[in-house]
Design a protein around this ligand. Structure first.
Ligand SMILES: C[S@@+](CC[C@H](N)C(=O)[O-])C[C@H]1O[C@@H](n2cnc3c(N)ncnc32)[C@H](O)[C@@H]1O
Length: 358
């Protein structure tokens, strides 16, 4: 197999970890941590989110109710109080997925000036002033975050506090997933220096960085383990004639089961036609011209289901949504979430002693 040094297990005992999962959403970070059994032992995990739909979904899947408090007003005292109950030796991990809207290319690009960045700024203030500094940190956001004042602020604090860090831009396609999700990640370690690091450069090719030989991306059909038997149960996901007749529909990204890529599913999937996620053409129809004659494709075009998107995002098959979360809300929550496989591998990198100078 490929010489992926992330697959080499730690020689040491698992790291006892207290996890602060800031902006926890539906728990993508927690899901990715589940795959680190050899490397870590989670003593406590504290998720935080202000969205009720996120929190009930999180509870449904992990049996933990996230703290429904705004991180804008989370004080250093609030944070440090968490440590009063914890007796055993442990390390601290912060995961952060701050709202990306202020940083997206389609958004207002106000960055830190946007009110939605206040919670991030507040956490940076805690990072700068707390005596309970995280030993490990992982932040995820959209492409473009790397050029923002937010990254500048984070890196300035990391430098001041003597962290070592690596920045990445990773597309889930690099992990042989037939779905494109390009995201910015930064990992940091308070206690050790990474071996393979040039702080000035953002790593843009994960596979090359890790000496991994890329395999080929499977078709959507194979990846989803698609069976036509269930198609009759998916009537609600088929696109209506009304929508197909709209001019905006021409911008839909249509894929067939034999394709091996889909575009990023965003929180606007099913709401906006352009750039919000691919549409599935049922039948092995590869004729591009026909793809454009949308009305004639009525009855053949459907949205990918939330279950299918969960699979593209590499959540495990048991992950689900409670009944009260509407399909529309499910798309929204999924659009805001992360690719678990990508983050799982970044965590493996972060927790692997072999990646550090001894
Ligand atoms: C990009 S999403 C996080 C996605 C998450 N990693 C997941 O896997 O679903 C950002 C999250 O931040 C939450 N959020 C936004 N402002 C917040 C605040 N002031 N305090 C706490 N959570 C907040 C949103 O509700 C949203 O779920």
């Amino acid at each position: 197999m490929e010489s992926n040094n992330n697959n080499i297990e730690n020689n040491n005992n698992p790291i006892n970890l207290i996890v602060f999962e800031f902006f926890s959403g539906i728990g993508g970070m927690h899901e990715a941590l589940k795959f680190q059994q050899n490397n870590i032992n989670i003593i406590e995990i504290f998720p935080f989110d202000i969205n009720q739909n996120c929190n009930v979904t999180y509870k449904y899947n992990f049996n933990i109710t996230p703290y429904n408090i705004s991180l804008e007003s989370f004080s250093i005292n609030d944070y440090e109080n968490f440590f009063k109950k914890i007796k055993n030796p442990h390390k601290i991990l912060w995961t952060l997925s701050p709202p990306c809207q202020p940083f997206t290319r389609q958004g207002n690009q106000k960055g830190l000036e946007d009110n939605r960045s206040k919670a991030f700024i507040n956490l940076m203030n805690i990072l700068e002033n707390t005596c309970y500094l995280p030993d490990y940190l992982l932040l995820e956001n959209v492409k473009n975050f790397e050029n923002s004042k937010a990254t500048e602020m984070l890196i300035e604090i990391l430098n001041k506090k003597n962290y070592d860090y690596i920045q990445f831009l990773i597309n889930s396609k690099e992990f042989n997933v037939p779905n494109s999700r390009l995201r910015y990640y930064i990992i940091a370690n308070k206690n050790k220096k990474f071996k393979n690091n040039n702080k000035k450069v953002i790593v843009e090719n994960w596979n090359e960085f890790n000496n991994i030989n890329n395999k080929s991306i499977p078709t959507i059909k194979d990846y989803l383990n698609y069976s036509p038997l269930f198609e009759s149960e998916l009537k609600d996901f088929y696109i209506s004639k009304n929508i197909l007749s709209k001019e905006s529909s021409i911008a839909m990204d249509i894929v067939t089961l034999n394709d091996n890529s889909t575009i990023c599913f965003t929180k606007n999937y099913t709401k906006l036609m352009k750039g919000s996620g691919s549409i599935l053409l049922i039948g092995d129809d590869n004729n591009n011209d026909e793809k454009k004659d949308l009305i004639s494709l009525f009855g053949k075009l459907r949205y990918f289901t939330p279950k299918e998107i969960l699979k593209f995002l590499n959540f495990n098959d048991n992950f689900g949504f409670p009944k009260e979360i509407t399909i529309k809300s499910q798309y929204k929550l999924l659009g805001n979430s992360i690719n678990v496989k990508v983050v799982e591998n970044i965590f493996k990198y972060l927790f692997n002693n072999n990646n550090y100078i001894n």
